[in-house]
Design a protein around this ligand. Sequence first.
Ligand code: TMP
Ligand code: ASP
Length: 246
Amino acid sequence: MFQAEKLYEGKAKIVYTTPEPEILLTVYKDDATAFNAQKRGQIKGKGAINCTISAALFEMLEKQGIATHYIDKPAENEMRVRAVKIIPLEVVVRNIAAGSLCKQTGLPLGKVLPQPLVEFYYKKDELGDPLLTRDRLLLLELATPAQLEQLQTTALTINRHLSDFFGSCGIDLVDFKLEFGLDKEQKLLLADEISPDTCRLWDRSETDQKARVLDKDRFRQDLGQIESAYQEVRERVLAQLGMGKD
Ligand code: TMP
Ligand code: ASP
């Protein structure tokens, strides 16, 4: 009898082995953290909502020619994925100034950027996930120059598809974080998740700075109505894909 082994437990997901060595099972949790886990809580139903949204977005991106780790979703908070070696980089794409960009540059919240900004952060909790320069990234051998080029190009392509898609849902994609991994053949695959935990999403029909927030900033900033915001994103995403209620 196959015994699933817990390979890794992160802040929002647990990764298990499956009978097939090239396939892993990720279980999405309701746990929420912010500010490098200094703030902790639970968002009821988040695991299932984020898994559903992520699966739908990975499927949409695959149709647009983006290679992802996604295979299928055997349960509402479980996703089967291709095993990859995660590149320890958080690839952030920004369309509108918010979050750490405002804090570190003084740009006003909500300023539309003249062109999307791609940033690389070192995925290392002990160091607080610092922003990297290109030279530091190469110095640390976190990616080769060719991989860096591919990450940048792929992130911008994904941004185009996601921005168009969320736009069709009446949502502005302010910024988001991606992670990538390499499979056995060293092929670059989009990995991790794409959800209201990892994106800033603003409701276009709301002008109020707080009311428009449909993402984890509701948790980070104690804005309340977190569950309903996540549900709203799930419903709009599924409706737009013709998948109705899950
Ligand atoms: P930031 O403005 O805090 O740098 O965040 C940029 C985007 O990245 C935002 O959409 C939230 C997302 N993000 C994560 O998914 N994980 C993280 O650990 C951090 C800091 C940001
Ligand atoms: N996910 C990160 C953490 O806990 C930060 C964040 O999303 O704000 O620590």
